[in-house]
Write a protein that binds this ligand. Structure first.
Ligand SMILES: [Zn+2]
Length: 299
């Protein structure tokens, strides 16, 4: 049997939102804001041109703030046939939100996306891939079909389990109080197209945050991405390969060339198709694409 490989880009159009979500770390920096504007304009246009060149339809996860601040740019993404998914309003870190705030942010971003595309969005990815114990339940209540924030697998779709119950250690108490297993995992109706920090341009290639601080040789990143693709292609009959990028990073010249090199490499393999992440979820749901069953916990 031939291979079935669904590759895709999940493109976080954070623009200004991630820089003005200061999350308690002081005021936003005006130069960082200009980097966000670069992302929504120059960077986005370069990424769109690249997708057009390779005839790839992608998924853009767009914060509500970007939809409302750069409406003509986001409309262009939609008009070119790409999927629009959700990514918070002002790139809020969901792990720090109350349940009420998490619901309000999701609702407002659904409304902003619906104004642009004319129909409710199917997909969501958590800003910075931080989530809360309530996230899965809230996504279900909001009729979201798939998520792209969790990491139970790295190359197979699956039904996302609810957050299990577990006891965090509290060193002021007796050890017997926390020495318990987590509860049994139970699937939700949300399909997971898993997130993967090792297939993301931000940690190695963004200036000023995280490991490498943006000065990693793109050839090194190419090697890390290629090694994952090669392993999955060798060991699985079918797999998904969702690459996460940001126009303010991948819109930079040297990272553009990295992306083109990766697309060219992947395209030498039989069985490869480039699709939006929503299409991966649809194919899993309809049984056209096998996946994984997440297990664990004590009942
Ligand atoms: Zn983001």
């Amino acid at each position: 049997m031939g291979k079935k490989v669904l590759c895709g880009y999940g493109i976080d159009l954070d623009a200004v939102s991630s820089w003005i979500n200061t999350s308690g770390k002081g005021r936003a920096d005006a130069t960082d804001v200009s980097r966000g504007i670069f992302g929504a304009t120059v960077g986005l246009d370069r990424v769109l041109k690249m997708l057009q060149k390779y005839n790839i339809k992608a998924t853009f996860f767009v914060p509500g703030h970007t939809m409302d601040s750069f409406p003509s740019q986001v409309a262009k993404v939609h008009e070119q046939g790409h999927e629009i998914g959700l990514h918070g309003y002002t790139h809020e870190y969901v792990s720090g939100l109350s349940e009420e705030q998490e619901r309000a942010v999701l609702q407002k971003s659904i409304e902003a996306a619906t104004r642009i595309t004319g129909k409710p969005p199917h997909g969501w990815t958590a800003p910075a891939w931080t989530t809360s114990p309530n996230t899965v339940k809230i996504l279900e209540e909001s009729s979201i079909m798939y998520d792209h924030s969790f990491m139970h697998h790295d190359s197979q779709p699956y039904y996302l389990p609810y957050n299990p119950d577990y006891i965090e250690t509290d060193y002021s108490k007796k050890a017997e109080e926390w020495m318990r297993p987590m509860s049994a995992l139970k699937d939700s109706s949300i399909i997971e197209i898993p997130a993967n920090w090792h297939l993301d341009d931000w940690p190695p290639l963004n200036i000023g945050q995280g490991i490498g601080s943006g000065f990693i040789d793109p050839d090194v990143v190419f090697k890390i991405w290629k090694a994952q693709f090669d392993f999955f292609y060798r060991d699985y009959d079918s797999f998904i390969f969702p690459i996460s990028i940001h126009p303010q990073v991948s819109g930079k010249a040297h990272v553009q060339l990295l992306q083109e090199g990766m697309i060219n490499y992947i395209n030498t393999h039989p069985g490869v198709e480039w699709v939006p992440l929503g299409e991966m979820a649809e194919q899993f749901k309809s049984g056209k694409l096998p996946g994984h069953a997440v297990q664990g916990g004590a009942s």
